[in-house]
Design a protein around this ligand. Structure first.
Ligand SMILES: Nc1ncnc2c1ncn2[C@@H]1O[C@@H]2COP(=O)(O)O[C@H]2[C@H]1O
Length: 947
């Protein structure tokens, strides 16, 4: 309280009336905002259990706290430390003390003008709301406690109660312990006996429920794969094993004495009781499959059991042969029928084999039991022989030393395994016994040990396969003398894949399952990742099911390139685990984005966005990353039916494209200046030849292609296009092409601009492609704005002067009509369409088509000329920077490769689209009519002009 002397202390006595009920708040009028409260001292009877204290400053509420009756210090805890510091103190109080509140502030005593009296004000409205809030909080806590109790009771009902009564009682005890303080806190003010009553009542209800539940929880019918049934089978199996072991043991050895007999008999009859319960309660309730349905009718399951051989065996196993005890005395062999329960023993192991997590452990256990039992029988036989011949009568028989069973087991094991030296048999009986024992031993080794080996081999099959693959791979890489680093990476990949999947053939494992089950498994495996994929957030479950089977898991190592900018996109990826980086910038060293679990990438080049069929960025793996790959065809198969997902993907792709374009524009801004300087310095730079110009250089001058290309062009610009579809420029050419079965209509401008109109629905399977067809389909993909713009620039068409205005008028609604009109344009048809109409992927041009008439050579001539012409053309093109190339489809024999192609692209500034045309040329050049006509471009192709 040292501070008290330095600061102004304000003591305010609250009127007894107020004190007895509550202290509402203390107002410190005219205290500047900067004033900080150092301490609050309360002297008060605080007669109620809970008190709410609010201290106010003129600028607003400073604090709120509850003061329980006996725990003044909890008030301190509930106040923020900035307000309550070590100077705060609460004095003990008695009911007679008039409450006093002292507030210490940093206002110095020299500033008394700042202070007026602090008044404890009885605020009725607040008082009311305080009471309401107390009631509200109490109710809330009660509701929570009841909800909690209801949940626990519900759990008890749903869960099968623990079989051990002690443990359930303990649980109950724990529950009560747990409940006590909480419930007691809720009823702390009430009579404690009420709480006890409540607990007693609760206990009663609980017992009642438990017993009811136990009765009700026993299933009417049993699933043969259920835990309950298999556990029961285990109990029966143990009884069977006891009988199988003890019958011969007791019959041969002298373990059944008058002293041990009562115990042995009680074990015997206990196992008999289990056999009976098994038949009466369990086996009759096992449901079975009939015509593909589970039969759950109790009468039917009973009937089904009675029909089985198992029932007869079970019945025989209970045959009371031991009644003969009464006649012949206690001979354990009279219990021999109990051995007939062996079917249950087999059933148990078969069921375990089907449900166990490690089935090979179950198999080994069964084999071991067989082995031990055979040795046990052998030991019993040896002892029986010894007794028969007389114990210790010769060197071979049991000498009567030590524990008889252990010594005989030792002898039997030595014989069965042929390990160790056995005493030589002395007479024929002993020879026969030894022969039989050795045969048994051979059987044990040949059959049982062999079985164990198989079991172990199956269990470790995957590991063995992995080692084999690894060894082969290492040998192969050494043989090829691959760089150390690459060898290391391959080994790392194999290692990591094995660590993660414990198999290198994951997909093969599922192949044996039916499709539906495969889907279920795949959904389960990939579910956690798929739910994180934004794209699939709200999408149809059926789409997920469609997609999930098509996902192929792949693993990438740190620093691996997943895809490279400029490659043709064939797959899309989903990040399952790890991080991948999208790289950009001039050098490809700027991280544009880091994608984590659930992110999708590689979709832009698959979506058929005009001009975007190539990867827009490098993507590489940051650490180890597990991805799912989805092929282009699979993606489209799925998206075709789910336009929403398609729209989301396209929207995202467009945003990314725009982002990247903006970034590139920014970067190229600074680059342009330097380029300009270079051009000025080097005016002798070869002008970039256009593709068609190059083509004309290399094809035979008399070929139809050359003739078509060299036709005098009209000076009137006709069709205009630009990739961005909003900056249209004059163009003399219209070109339709098919690239890998996907149609394109390109409006080629002099400035290399293309309006690429993609027609994805046109597949390679279409054996006939007509221009109308082509245009009609294409028209659906063309932005109306682009067409409008396009047609504005088309000068009046000579044969249909009204077309343009008509077309524009009907544009929004009738795109198809416009295109039909365009197609019906005479010039277009005259120059190529009529013949191309019928130009199929293969076969001859139709009789009467224009094309046929225009063949430059007679077929025989053409054939002889073609080779040279083509050769020349190719050589020529290669010398033009290897224009002929096939960057994706097939490697060419002519020595041109894609790196040359890209250099050609740089040199001549040739459009990507042109490359495709040229690569496609190789595919189609075999078509006789194209060869003959000297066409040098995509499969079906025409170039024309509007005059
Ligand atoms: N700026 C970016 N941010 C995030 N991802 C991008 C970006 N640019 C490209 N990508 C992704 O990287 C992928 C590279 O291949 P795609 O062009 O097929 O699809 C691309 C997009 O999925």
């Amino acid at each position: 309280m040292a501070m008290k002397e330095k600061v102004c202390s304000h003591h305010q006595k609250v009127s007894p009336d107020v004190a007895s009920s509550r202290i509402n708040y203390v107002t410190l009028p005219n205290v500047p905002d900067t004033t900080s409260i150092h301490a609050i001292e309360i002297q008060s009877p605080l007669p109620e259990k809970l008190k709410k204290i609010r201290t106010h400053k003129t600028s607003g509420i400073i604090n709120t706290g509850y003061v329980p009756d006996s725990e003044e210090h909890s008030f301190i805890k509930k106040l923020p430390m900035s307000v309550v510091d070590q100077n705060t103190s609460f004095q003990s109080h008695s009911k007679e003390t008039v409450p006093t509140i002292t507030v210490e502030t940093s206002v110095t005593p020299q500033d008394p003008a700042h202070w007026k009296d602090s008044l404890p004000i009885e605020d009725e409205s607040w008082s009311g709301s305080g009471r309401a809030s107390n009631v509200y909080h109490t109710i809330q806590r009660l509701v929570q406690a009841f909800a909690e109790r209801a949940r626990r009771v519900k759990e008890k009902i749903v869960q099968t109660p623990t079989p051990s009564p002690t443990s359930s009682l303990n649980e109950e005890e724990n529950e009560k312990q747990h409940d006590r303080p909480r419930l007691a806190s809720l009823i702390q003010n009430d009579d404690p006996s009420a709480a006890n009553d409540w607990m007693e009542e609760d206990k009663g209800i609980w017992y009642c429920r438990m017993s009811k539940q136990l009765l009700l929880s026993f299933p009417r019918v049993l699933d043969p794969q259920s835990k309950v049934y298999i556990s029961w089978l285990l109990i029966v199996t143990l009884c069977f094993v006891y009988n199988a072991w003890s019958i011969f043991l007791r019959a041969v050895f002298q373990y059944q004495t008058p002293e041990s007999l009562p115990y042995l008999l009680s074990f015997d009859y206990f196992s008999d009781a289990i056999y009976i319960i098994d038949m009466v309660v369990f086996k009759v309730r096992v449901k079975y499959l009939h015509e593909g349905f589970w039969v759950e009718d109790l009468a039917a399951t009973r009937k089904n059991y009675f029909k089985k051989t198992m029932f007869k065996m079970d019945l025989l196993s209970l045959f009371p042969l031991d009644l003969l005890y009464l006649v012949y005395g206690f001979n354990a062999l009279f219990r021999f029928p109990r051995m007939l329960k062996v079917q249950t023993f087999w059933e148990f192991f078969n069921r375990m084999d089907a449900v166990a997590k490690s089935p090979y452990v179950v198999r080994i256990l069964r084999t071991l039991i067989y082995m031990m039992y055979l040795i046990h029988l052998n030991a019993c036989g040896y002892y029986a022989m010894s007794v028969w011949e007389g114990i210790g009568s010769n060197d071979w028989v049991f000498q009567g030393e030590g524990n008889a069973y252990i010594r005989c087991m030792y002898f039997a094991t030595k014989t069965a395994t042929s390990i160790g030296k056995n005493p030589k048999p002395k007479n024929e009986y002993e020879y026969i016994f030894m022969t039989f024992s050795w045969l048994t031993g051979v059987f044990i080794f040949a059959f049982l040990i062999g079985q164990i080996r198989d079991i172990v081999a199956t269990a470790t099959q995957n590991t063995t396969q992995y080692h084999q693959v690894m060894d082969q791979m290492v040998r192969y890489m050494r043989h090829l003398n691959l760089p150390e680093n690459l060898q290391y990476r391959v080994r790392l990949w194999l290692n990591h894949t094995w660590e993660q999947q414990k198999t290198l053939h994951e997909s093969k494992i599922l192949d044996s399952l039916p499709m539906k089950m495969k889907t279920d498994v795949a959904i389960n495996v990939h579910y956690n990742t798929l739910v994180k994929v934004q794209l699939f957030k709200n999408c149809d479950k059926a789409l997920l099911r469609d997609l999930v089977l098509k996902l192929r898991p792949v693993l990438f190592l740190p620093g691996d390139n997943i895809c490279r900018k400029g490659e043709l996109g064939k797959e899309m990826y989903i990040v399952n685990k790890g991080l991948v980086q999208v790289m950009g910038g001039e050098e490809g060293d700027v991280v544009l984005a880091t994608l984590s679990e659930g992110s999708v990438f590689g979709e832009i080049s698959l979506l058929g966005i005009p001009g975007c069929n190539r990867r827009t960025a490098d993507v590489r793996s940051k650490g180890f990353s597990n991805l799912f790959v989805l092929g282009k065809a699979d993606l489209w198969d799925a998206l075709e039916h789910y336009p929403d997902a398609q729209a989301i993907l396209k929207k995202k792709a467009q945003t990314l494209i725009k982002q990247n374009e903006d970034r590139e524009k920014l970067a190229s801004g600074s680059r342009k200046k330097i380029e300009a300087e270079t051009i000025i310095r080097d005016p002798s730079r070869t002008p970039t030849p256009r593709l068609l110009k190059t083509v004309l250089e290399v094809v035979h001058p008399n070929s139809m292609c050359a003739q078509l290309f060299n036709k005098k062009r009209s000076s009137a610009p006709v069709l205009i296009g630009d990739r961005s579809q909003n900056n249209l420029l004059p163009s003399p050419r219209l070109r339709a092409s098919s690239v890998s079965g996907v149609g394109y209509l390109s409006l080629n401008t002099k400035q290399d601009g293309f309006l690429n109109l993609k027609m994805p629905s046109l597949s390679q399977k279409d054996d006939k492609v007509s221009l109308e067809n082509f245009l009609n389909k294409t028209s659906e993909d063309i932005a109306p704005k682009a067409i409008k713009e396009l047609l504005h620039r088309v000068p009046t068409l000579p044969h249909k002067p009204s077309t343009q205005s008509e077309v524009i008028r009907n544009l929004e609604t009738e795109e198809k009509v416009i295109w039909e009109r365009l197609c019906s344009h005479e010039d277009l048809i005259k120059s190529s369409a009529a013949s191309l109409d019928e130009l199929p992927m293969m076969g001859k041009p139709p009789t009467g088509s224009g094309l046929e008439l225009q063949l430059p050579y007679k077929p025989a001539e053409a054939n002889s000329c073609l080779k040279t012409e083509e050769k020349l053309a190719r050589e020529e093109m290669c010398s033009h920077g290897n224009l002929i190339t096939s960057p994706v489809d097939e490697p060419l024999n002519n020595g041109c490769n894609s790196s040359n192609a890209s250099s050609a692209s740089e040199q001549y500034n040739i459009e990507e689209e042109d490359f495709l045309s040229f690569s496609e040329y190789h595919k189609y050049k075999q078509l006789p009519q194209l060869q003959q006509s000297g066409f040098c471009s995509t499969g079906y192709f025409f170039e024309s002009e509007f005059k």
